[in-house]
Design a protein around this ligand. Structure first.
Ligand code: CP
Length: 307
């Protein structure tokens, strides 16, 4: 049974296929309105979410399917001590496919080994968030027209930011990538991401604390939130939370065709004054996430022989 736990579980060819399917859904949504008729998606969210859970649910409804699940661990039998493995064995009796978010790194992998239906990682701790990356890839494809020869700046919490880790993994497979890693010293990209992805794939990268200094060379600026929920110490969070706040004046050296991305939710790191800038793409990412999740649900259910 195929599950998607890491963005690298999908080949470059499969990413292309999913992007093409998403584009076709956008062009002709009616064609897909009954594809999952009678099928059920379970959304098992042990950690808060707005976009990921609701876009998975909207995706399944728009494919003609149904949805069941829970949005917090406390409303499931996890609160009584039930394991992830037992939870998904149970849910496999009721649903055809599972999307799971969990605060513990590796929990969706454990789930995929116990489940008898496909499991999609909807974000595990500070580790991975492959379907956010799928939303990001469709956005880059639609806005830039290519995945090649891009200079991508990622800015903010690069230590705990699972969306950044998945994006670096995904983009590392395309020619001509350059990465600019912009963060406070304490929130740098983990060394395993540098060693296993950037160094291993010979991807040129620079690390800096200076967002404005890096701005002029970027094709994509990917802002991220400093994540209060990942800190052990509130004082550190308060000291670091406003390290980067993107305001219109900071864009003075940015290219006219640079795109500004953010997985959302944002707190302070992008001023609302940027929202009307034609380069702001973060709400486009939100919508693109639904189309890519539709494409992924269909692909996994087809491969499982369910539809
Ligand atoms: N981007 C993202 O994962 O948002 P949510 O936490 O709202 O799902």
């Amino acid at each position: 049974m195929r599950s998607i736990i890491d963005i690298l579980d999908l080949s470059v060819e499969e990413i292309d296929e999913l992007v093409a399917t998403a584009q076709d859904i956008i062009a002709d949504p009616k064609k897909y309105a009954e594809v999952c008729h009678g099928k059920k998606l379970a959304t098992l969210f042990f950690e808060p979410s707005t976009r990921t859970r609701l876009s998975f649910e909207a995706a399944m409804y728009e494919l003609g399917g149904n949805v069941l699940g829970f949005s917090e661990a406390q409303s499931s039998s996890a609160a009584k001590g039930e394991s992830v493995a037992d939870t998904v064995k149970t849910v496999s009796c009721y649903a055809d496919i599972i999307a799971m978010r969990h605060p513990k790194e590796g929990a969706p992998l454990v789930a995929s080994r116990a489940a008898s239906v496909p499991v999609i990682n909807a974000g595990d701790g500070g580790h991975n968030h492959p379907t956010q990356t799928m939303a990001d890839l469709l956005t880059i494809s639609r806005e830039k027209g290519t995945f090649e020869n891009l200079t991508i700046g990622v800015c903010g919490d690069l230590k705990f930011g699972r969306t950044v880790h998945s994006l670096i993994n995904a983009m590392s497979r395309y020619k001509g990538l350059k990465m600019v890693l912009i963060s406070p010293e304490e929130l740098k990209v983990p060394s395993y991401v540098k060693k296993d992805v950037l160094v291993k794939n010979n991807i040129p990268y620079v690390q800096t604390t200076d967002l404005e200094g890096a701005m002029s060379e970027l094709d994509v600026l990917y802002m991220t939130r400093v994540q209060r929920e990942r800190f052990f110490n509130e004082e550190d969070y308060l000291r670091l939370k406003d390290s980067y706040i993107l305001t219109p004046d900071k864009l003075k050296n940015a290219r006219k065709d640079m795109i500004i991305m953010h997985p959302l939710p944002r707190v302070n790191e992008i001023s609302v004054a940027i929202d009307d800038d034609p380069r702001a793409c973060y709400f486009k990412q939100v919508l693109n996430g639904k189309y890519m999740r539709m494409a992924l649900i269909m692909k996994l259910l087809k491969e499982a022989g369910t539809i």
